[in-house]
Design a binder for this molecule. Structure first.
Ligand SMILES: [Zn+2]
Ligand SMILES: [Zn+2]
Length: 188
């Protein structure tokens, strides 16, 4: 099946799900967008008593500027998921957290004649999103002198080489008089 809203009648004894969809299609109204264009869902839906089980994986690629040097970077992700869909009204976030279970996986609900995988997919993408986008652990960010990524040129900055001695001399005199005002090394 190539979409994420699945008629229960089509599940039968089990159904394979394979869909690559625009992330906008799973984004709930008023929810924060993520820097993710598409997400792929692959897995198997199986009926179990009154419930339906979904086991499979999601994957995609976040694309975002590096938080330090602003260069566009890609952050691929892939997560295994295991969801139980039970019939009933939608659960609140708190109810779902209380009921998340090692054996049952995430608990979701369905009403009527369709299983809607969009909200669980959105939820997993939120969990998979990095809190910081950093192109490399050694990325030193942007040069304050020329605005280019620091990792891409020699230090001191060649672009500011002519002016620097003057600025340094003027400042070193001040720094001797007022050692407390000496610049701290930029940390990070
Ligand atoms: Zn960077
Ligand atoms: Zn520079």
């Amino acid at each position: 099946m190539d979409r994420l809203v699945i008629p229960i009648a089509a599940v039968g004894g089990g159904a394979h799900v394979q869909a690559t969809i625009p992330f906008a299609d799973v984004l709930p109204r008023d929810a924060e967008p993520l820097p993710l264009e598409h997400v792929t869902v692959e897995g198997h839906l199986t009926p179990a008593a009154d419930d339906f089980l979904f086991s499979g994986k999601l994957y995609g690629e976040f694309v975002h500027p590096c938080d330090r040097c602003l260069k566009p970077m890609r952050h691929p992700f892939s997560v295994e998921v295991f969801w139980t869909f039970e019939e009933g009204p939608a659960l609140t976030e708190l109810e779902r957290m209380m009921r998340d279970d090692e054996n049952l996986g995430g608990i979701w609900t369905f009403q009527g004649v369709e299983l809607d995988l969009r909200l669980p997919v959105y939820d997993e993408c939120v969990l998979a999103a990095p809190t910081k986008f950093v192109c490399s652990e050694t990325c030193a960010g942007l040069c304050p002198e020329c605005g280019q990524p620091l990792n891409e040129h020699e230090r001191p900055c060649p672009g500011a080489a002519q002016e620097e001695p003057i600025a340094n001399n003027a400042f070193s005199g001040l720094a001797e008089m007022f050692p407390d005002l000496a610049p701290r090394k930029h940390e990070e």
